[in-house]
Design a protein around this ligand. Structure first.
Ligand code: HEM
Length: 400
């Protein structure tokens, strides 16, 4: 029997990334726009159907930028400077869009596919040399994602571990601001400034583009070194955390349903559709996409009032049976797949093509090289990280 919702649920939902949270399905059925309490104790509207999630993301009266204003209801405490929340808005208004979009376009770098392929195989060689069981987060997904982002930015790949450890702090979800968040941000900002101002100047990647741009007479004064370093740091953070958490969760699904991996080995041309479906089912987004209402707006049965916080639950939309028949089935034959894993509307992920390429090459390498890839422990024993914007297992021990 379906359990009825009586009180305002608290958000976020369950941390496990291997099972669609029951609460999400119940909310969508009973109250697709539900009053919830966030971890800061603030009220918010949680939107969990595909249609309404898309409506909110595509309506400019729901603002991401304004969620950083002082005194507004919050999903969790801010751990990055408020002006960084609207990252893409800052990039556009500083005239940096073209440099950033070139960096994020996988087709702009003709050697990228081959490089990613070599990187994935190099990491698998290392795992194999150590022997099974191995640990795929530290041994594969994080170094692979981080190395890609070091390349995009034009910084040495040996620095990947120090930058990833900054992410562990920068993306904590906490009910209150905490001591380490400000020094954590400025430590990594200092690192990026150092690389930007290195002698000789950077010539590769985004920092190379920025260094060249800085010399151009047309560049406005408002484009300070600090702004350039901030853009680089925030792209590293957004990209490395999203790609590595998604890939880690995708590997869990493939280990749990080896017939899917077997099919990819037999039909490698399916990889594009397979990654799209893995994006749909992935539960790596552990928070919700926050928006602040700038006006009174009707969303489903609810009149959202100006100043209220709306939280878009991506997994609610991506498992909505009204759009995805048998949503819990991972089905590589789905041809229509309008999932919201990259968001929608104005803030749609500017690196969706790159995110796909990154995962396609990694998954192809893993299924080819490790045909017997399985979890080394029962899936229930995976430890899912608490208090973080992503759902991800702390460790992913596997055998092959
Ligand atoms: C599988 C990989 C990825 C996933 C699932 C993903 C997911 C998302 C989602 C859901 C949003 C929308 C946020 C919102 O509406 O509030 C977003 C935005 C964004 N993503 Fe990604 N992302 C991925 C890869 C990347 C990469 C590789 C980068 C950069 C290197 C990146 C940079 C950004 C930026 C800058 C935004 C903000 C866009 C804006 O505010 O207009 N993402 N991403």
């Amino acid at each position: 029997m379906t359990q009825l919702l009586t009180t305002d649920p608290t958000f976020p939902l369950s941390r496990r990334g291997d099972v669609f949270p029951e609460e999400a399905g119940r909310l969508r059925e009973q109250r697709p726009v539900a009053r919830v309490r966030t971890m800061t104790g603030d009220p918010a509207w949680l939107v969990s159907s595909h249609r309404l999630a898309k409506q909110v993301l595509e309506d400019e009266r729901f603002s991401l930028k304004d969620t950083a204003n002082p005194g507004v209801p919050r999903q969790y405490a801010l751990t990055i400077p408020p002006e960084v929340v609207d990252n893409m808005g800052n990039i556009n208004s500083a005239g940096l869009r073209s440099a950033v979009m070139k960096t994020l376009a996988p087709r702009a770098d003709r050697e990228l596919d081959g490089w990613l392929h070599a990187e994935a195989h190099r990491l698998i060689d290392e795992l194999e040399a150590q022997g099974a069981p191995g640990e795929l987060r530290d041994g594969f997904t994080e170094p692979y994602s981080a190395a890609l982002h070091c390349r995009l930015l034009g910084i040495p790949s040996e620095d990947w571990r120090r930058l990833m450890s900054g992410i562990d702090v920068a993306f904590l979800t906490s009910p209150v601001p905490f001591e380490g968040s400000t020094p954590n941000w400025y430590k990594d900002l200092g690192y990026m400034l150092g690389k930007l101002n290195a002698d000789p100047e950077p010539v590769e990647g985004l920092l190379g583009r920025f260094a060249a741009l800085r010399r151009s007479p047309d560049v406005p004064d408002r484009v300070s070194d600090e702004l350039l370093a901030t853009v680089a740091l925030s792209l590293f953070g957004a990209g490395a955390v999203s790609t590595s958490a998604f890939l880690l969760n995708a590997v869990v699904y493939l280990c749990e349903q080896p017939e899917l991996a077997e099919r990819l080995r037999r039909e490698p041309a399916l990889i594009g559709r397979a990654v799209d479906e893995l994006l749909r089912v992935n539960l790596s987004i552990g928070d919700a996409l926050p928006r602040l209402a700038l006006a009174d707006v009707q969303v489903g049965d609810v009149l959202v009032r100006e100043g209220e916080l709306v939280l878009v639950l991506v997994e609610g939309a991506n498992y909505d049976p009204a759009v995805f028949p048998h949503p819990e089935r991972i089905d590589f034959d789905r041809t229509e797949n309008p999932h919201l894993a990259f968001g929608a509307g104005r803030h749609f992920c500017p690196a969706s093509a790159l995110g796909r390429t990154h995962a396609e090459i990694a998954v192809t390498a893993l299924v080819e090289r490790m045909p017997k890839l399985r979890l080394a422990l029962p899936v229930e024993q995976l430890a899912w990280r608490p208090g973080f914007i992503k759902r991800m297992p702390e460790r992913l021990p596997v055998v092959w």
